[in-house]
Design a protein around this ligand. Structure first.
Ligand code: SF4
Length: 466
């Protein structure tokens, strides 16, 4: 009896895809608008989408133009107890509704305004709910804060790996040492310093890191995207993400007409900066008007795509991956269990091993051959690199589309219908434990933030009465 129950537990733990993940993926796929159900679509076939926190620490100590937070955000006190209670409640709901594994951003105002112990506790809560957390920061903190976050009171590592997304651009004001940058290039020493802190942490304590670089793009800095793409790609970040500005949040911080900067404009500058095409069409997250993502790796100064959208063999490899490995939890499974899961898939689809080997061979050819790859690896010149553009929607467009969605209605208004489609395919969800609802981040920032922050301002005033 005991042997059978042990065998049952092993069988369950080594299932390639967790049953809840399977259910959530199927639900997401069924709910996607028809136009988003393409062969390249990741949502509903491999991923459920990303997640983020809200209302957990709305305050920030830098000033951005634009700023997506409502004007009350900076009047809310950063309060560890509130943060942890909210993170716990939001993550619990996300786990319940979206399954045991996802990537989630610890995002609010500025994460480093949290006490390091509270910051660490929030990350551990997220991990306990199966979330791979990423802290969103303006990057203006020192190694002392990083050490206090990463190490416990006895100086032992609390984490084996930390993930941060650092936002650097010339639209930000108040950074120490560069309060009012005149160009993107002036911020390069600060961008490099951020990476250097994490390298130091690894040298001293063995803690690895995954670092993303974020930049908001407006007409004022659009033409500097090329310089940023070229310079920052070589600094040690593993992702460069660009966000064309949207008219969201505090209207006092909107400068100019952001509608003039589109996703194609940014991508064109990115490619010009890298001096090469950056192919993204083989893989899609949600709606192509919202997201563009190119996965690959850098070898020396060049970027190599994992998938070439013009190669039928690569597209076949992608299709087989989605069909046979879609939903497998690669990042959050211990290596031994992951191996067993993969072997179970390969037992049913033995031809996939050959497809994978041929795909690896094509990647090596694209990167200049195995010899160059091995040499570059030895010199530590090979690094994963993902390029992203995330194109948020203007608040004025989100509000009517969200109303329709909630009422279960459609519309003949093409612009509102387009926004409704984008929201329905959203890849970035936020949780509301008080209603049990999950909402797109655009809805959170465009519709819900204002009243949420007004309430938080009363709950957590900056100064305590008496
Ligand atoms: S709806 Fe908004 S938050 Fe969701 S993927 Fe599109 S731009 Fe991003």
């Amino acid at each position: 009896m005991r042997v059978r129950s042990l065998w049952g537990r092993i069988e369950e733990a080594s299932r390639p895809v967790h049953p809840t993940t399977r259910r959530v993926l199927d639900e997401r796929w069924a709910a996607l608008p028809a136009a988003a159900r393409t062969d390249a679509q990741t949502v509903g076939r491999h991923a459920v989408g990303c997640e983020g926190t809200h209302g957990v620490f709305p305050r920030c100590n830098l000033t951005c133009s634009p700023c997506y937070h409502s004007k009350d955000a900076n009047k809310v006190r950063v309060d560890g107890e509130h943060t942890l209670a909210q993170v716990e409640a939001q993550m619990r709901l996300l786990e319940e509704r979206r399954g045991p594994r996802a990537h989630a951003q610890l995002i609010g105002g500025e994460v480093s305004l949290l006490d390091p112990d509270d910051h660490a506790a929030a990350l551990l809560i997220m991990r306990a709910h199966g979330r791979e957390p990423m802290s969103m920061t303006h990057g203006d903190f020192d190694i002392d804060y990083l050490r206090a976050l990463a190490l416990d009171g006895d100086g032992n590592p609390r984490f084996r790996r930390l993930s941060f997304a650092a936002h650097f651009d010339s639209l930000m004001r108040g950074r120490r040492g560069m309060p009012s940058p005149k160009s993107e290039a002036e911020l390069n020493p600060f961008r490099a310093r951020f990476v250097a802190m994490f390298r130091q942490l690894r040298r001293e304590h063995g803690i690895r890191s995954y670092l993303a670089h974020n930049m908001t793009v407006t007409p004022a800095n659009l033409d500097e995207v090329s310089v940023v793409a070229a310079d920052v790609s070589a600094m040690g970040y593993s992702m460069l993400s660009f966000q064309p500005a949207a008219h969201v949040g505090d209207e006092r911080r909107w400068k100019g007409d952001y509608r003039t900067v589109g996703i194609d404009d940014v991508w064109a500058r990115l490619e010009a900066g890298l001096g090469q095409q950056v192919a993204w069409q083989a893989v899609q997250f949600g709606d192509a008007r919202c997201n563009r993502t190119a996965f690959g790796f850098r070898v020396g100064d060049s970027w190599v795509p994992f998938l070439d959208p013009t190669s039928p063999a690569d597209l076949n490899a992608r299709d087989r991956f989605f069909a046979h490995f879609g939903g497998v939890n690669f990042g959050g499974t211990p290596p031994v269990w992951l191996t067993v899961k993969l072997l179970r898939v390969l037992r049913r689809h033995p031809g996939d091993s050959v497809v994978a080997l041929r795909w690896a061979q094509r990647c090596s050819v694209r990167s200049g051959g195995w010899l160059r790859l091995v040499r570059s690896c030895r010199k530590q010149e090979v690094r994963l690199m993902t390029y992203v553009v995330h194109n948020f929607i203007d608040a004025a467009d989100v509000a009517p589309a969200w109303q329709l969605m909630q009422a279960g209605r459609t519309t003949d208004d093409l612009a509102v219908a387009a926004t409704r489609e984008r929201l329905a395919a959203c890849t970035y969800a936020m949780a509301h434990p008080e209603t049990g609802e999950l909402v797109p981040a655009c809805v959170q920032h465009s519709v819900l933030d204002r009243s949420e922050n007004a309430q938080l301002r009363t709950l957590l005033p900056l100064t305590c009465a008496g």
